[in-house]
Design a protein around this ligand. Structure first.
Ligand code: TYD
Ligand code: MG
Length: 476
């Protein structure tokens, strides 16, 4: 009798092991390897596993075929449509990841309600009962939208319902971790179940030209629970992020086969659902204080849109041998680098001091262009001198202390000007980007920051009086 085949799969990273192990070799996780039955594979070369037929010849075509661009279905929520690359592509699979309670179900319910005008939409909830979803729809004011709602978790049932000649256009699966197929014994949410369920549903999407939107929960360490594998299977991966204490939510595309990545959509969670934020910079800067040392406005770019955020630094004496360094909203490795460059190239030492860096408003910054803003915030906190209130900062810092040019200078300066900023601390502008009515203070070396914060001991005036040889008025 043939033994039932089993395999051992890491529940964190999806790596397959030949036998059980206490630690996964691939991701290093402890106690994450679990036994799972092997899915029935398609027999190779016909029945009985014998290689009988040789397979069909594949036909090749040229690259310049006439494929019409896929028509996209718009939700009417501009922030969502832009992140999706201009709307939802029929037959594509989209994964929306995020922490529990961040608003994924709310976002998708609003999205299908918007789509319902020109597409047939189905919302399948595996987590909440019908009444709960209805209650939310009423709260969002979309209860009249013609969306078909069902509570189901068995993929077989869903396939039987949707794999028909007249399928719906859009299907939301909330969430993929609650779905299961009967081929596996393991519990819903395990890697095997999530992968098999997603595979079935994605196959359905391709075959019937349905857009499937999966909700996926994120684990503590920020990856979509269970499978990274899921990210490879779908066409588009979006993350819905935000800090618990804040109302802002950011939708970020990290993979998109049908559009650009790194686009963001900004929302605000209100009592009646998610509202689009047309001007995120104004929102992120809303709580700005007066001239405070350690606070600097960074002119960043997320995808195609400029976003201004405040970077705050605090430097305090530390009683401990290894002082603390903590970062919120930025990369801690990058902070260590900036501190080292400031010490080695500008002679500013932070040893024996605790250093905290925070991006205000719950935003996450990943651009290297934030280096100069971080350095300026640190210098400002260290010297106790504030930069002028109407000044934005951007620029990348290299290991030899040079300040490097960054992309999209024009867009950054234009956004700054729009929000009433008159001055900018920037890399030396070799390409002579237009600065509009923003006066630039250009740096080529990080050591020049000392002059700005009067830390070189030569000048005792305030920072507002910036070195004249560095300042140039607009268009000069
Ligand atoms: P939800 O969409 O259920 O999150 P997820 O599906 O990602 O787990 O959103 C849950 C939170 O959103 C909940 O804490 C309440 C809040 N919320 C509002 O503030 N306003 C609203 O209109 C709705 C529907 C939810
Ligand atoms: Mg939910």
């Amino acid at each position: 009798m043939a033994r039932a085949k089993v395999q051992f799969i890491c529940q964190e990273c999806g790596a397959v092991h030949p036998r059980w192990a206490g630690r996964c070799d691939s991701c290093g996780g402890w106690n994450t390897v679990a036994e799972e039955p092997v899915a029935e594979a398609a027999p190779i070369g016909g029945k009985g596993g014998k290689k009988t037929s040789k397979g069909r010849t594949i036909e090749f075509v040229s690259l310049d075929g006439q494929s019409a661009p896929a028509p996209r279905k718009k939700t009417g929520i501009l922030e969502f449509d832009r992140v999706a690359g201009g709307g939802l592509v029929p037959g594509s699979a989209i994964l929306i990841g995020g922490d529990p309670g961040i608003g994924k179900s709310t976002l998708l319910l609003q999205a299908v309600a918007g789509l319902a005008n020109n597409a047939r939409c189905v919302y399948i909830s595996g987590e909440e009962a019908i009444d709960q979803v209805r209650l939310r729809a009423t709260r969002l004011g979309v209860q009249k939208a013609s969306v078909s709602l069902a509570a189901a978790t068995h993929v077989g049932d869903i396939m039987a319902t949707l794999d028909v000649d007249d399928p719906p256009d859009i299907v939301v699966i909330d969430s993929i971790q609650t779905m299961y197929v009967t081929a596996f014994d393991s519990a819903p949410g395990s890697v095997g179940q999530v992968r098999a369920s997603a595979q079935e549903l994605i196959r359905l999407a391709k075959r019937r030209n349905i857009t499937v939107l999966f909700v996926g929960h994120v684990t503590k360490d920020g990856t979509i629970a269970g499978p990274r594998v899921l990210e490879h299977m779908v066409d588009t991966v979006m993350y819905f992020e935000g800090e618990r204490g804040h109302h802002f939510r950011i939708l970020r595309a990290v993979k998109n086969r049908f559009g650009p990545t790194d686009e963001i959509g900004v929302f605000e969670m209100t009592g009646t659902g998610l509202m689009e934020v047309k001007n995120p910079s104004a929102l992120f800067l809303a709580d700005r204080q007066g001239d405070v040392s350690g606070a600097v406005v960074f002119a960043g770019v997320e995808g195609s849109r400029p976003v201004l955020v405040e970077m705050q630094a605090l430097v305090a004496p530390s009683p401990m041998g290894t002082p603390r360094r903590a970062v919120v909203g930025w990369d801690s490795g990058r902070l260590a680098m900036i501190l080292a460059v400031l010490e080695a190239r500008a002679g500013v030492s932070f040893s024996g001091k605790e250093v905290y860096l925070n991006v205000a408003g719950g935003m996450r910054v990943s651009e290297p262009a934030a280096d100069l803003a971080a350095a300026a915030a640190l210098m400002s906190a260290e010297t106790g001198q504030a930069l002028p209130r109407d000044m934005v900062v951007f620029g990348e810092i290299g290991l030899s202390g040079e300040v490097r040019a960054v992309s999209q200078m024009d867009a950054r300066l234009k956004e700054a000007s729009k929000l009433g900023f008159d001055r900018a601390l920037t890399p030396r502008n070799r390409s002579k980007s237009k600065s509009g009515d923003v006066a630039l203070t250009e740096l080529s070396e990080i050591v020049e920051l000392l002059q700005i914060f009067n830390a070189d001991g030569k000048d005792a005036s305030t920072v507002a009086a910036l070195p004249p040889q560095n300042t140039r008025a607009a268009g000069v």
